[in-house]
Design a protein. Structure first.
Length: 249
């Protein structure tokens, strides 16, 4: 099967039904390489179901999609090898040291011992926590844990990173630092596919989509969406589309 590398993600009428319930309803969109793409919606809108299908963890009812050029029906293992994933629930092992976590995740992705040592040195130095390499992860503040988890989601240099509410529960300063890491990754050509409940973070995305009841009801640059709905913030756009609330700009 020929690998289409023209887009990072392509989705065409992707649908998932659970019995009579339609979790995602013929959603269609594309994500460019190196783009920071915001995937927004209230709880229950269908975001998580969509992400699971794109990550090869859930088989669609029908529709088409490719991720990193691979088909979500026939090439799920290839997709898993070429993406990174980080959820809002902390994904590292609290009882292992920082270095042991790096060694574990590097091993999962097939890095050699030499590569893992180099990655560990670079990651810890970049986060300015080299002196904590042999400390248990549980000793880190949440913000540092999340930044380490993000770095480890990229340890195998994937084409695309899926971030599922990565800054939930961290303070504003740490959120800003986290987004600096996201911008750096995007500048280096990595595509960022991010969900967030913080509408100020939606402003940082190149484009955003908004899902309501399984459908994508809006998709554009934040500036264009604010102009279209005559509001001065993405929160205003979200309130109108997801909550049915009239908001004055």
């Amino acid at each position: 099967m020929t690998r289409d590398l023209s887009k990072a993600v392509t989705v065409d009428k992707l649908t998932k039904k659970f019995g009579n319930f339609i979790a995602t309803d013929e959603i269609t969109f594309e994500v460019d390489k190196g783009e920071i793409f915001g995937f927004l919606g209230a709880n229950g809108a269908g975001k998580t179901t969509a992400i699971k299908m794109l990550c090869g963890l859930l088989t669609p009812t029908y529709g088409k999609a490719t991720v990193a050029g691979f088909d979500i029906y026939k090439q799920t293992e290839k997709i898993k090898q070429n993406i990174g994933y980080m959820s809002q629930k902390f994904s590292l092992y609290e009882d292992l040291t920082l270095f042991e976590n790096i060694r574990f995740y590097g091993g999962i992705y097939g890095l050699s011992g030499k590569e893992i040592k180099l990655k560990a040195k670079n990651i810890l130095s970049k986060l300015k926590i080299s002196e904590l390499a042999n400390k248990k992860v549980r000793s880190l503040p949440l913000g540092w844990k999340q930044k380490l988890a993000f770095s480890l989601s990229m340890i195998h240099e994937p084409d695309i990173i899926f971030l599922d509410e990565p800054t939930g529960g961290v303070d504003p300063i740490t959120r800003r630092q986290f987004w600096e890491l996201i911008y750096e990754a995007a500048d280096n050509g990595t595509t960022i596919f991010v969900t967030t409940h913080y509408m100020d973070e939606a402003e940082y995305c190149n484009r955003v989509s908004i899902m309501v009841d399984g459908k994508i009801v809006a998709l554009d640059k934040p500036s264009e969406l604010k102009k279209q709905y005559s509001v001065d913030s993405m929160d205003g756009v979200f309130q109108i589309l997801a909550r049915g609330t009239s908001v004055k700009g």
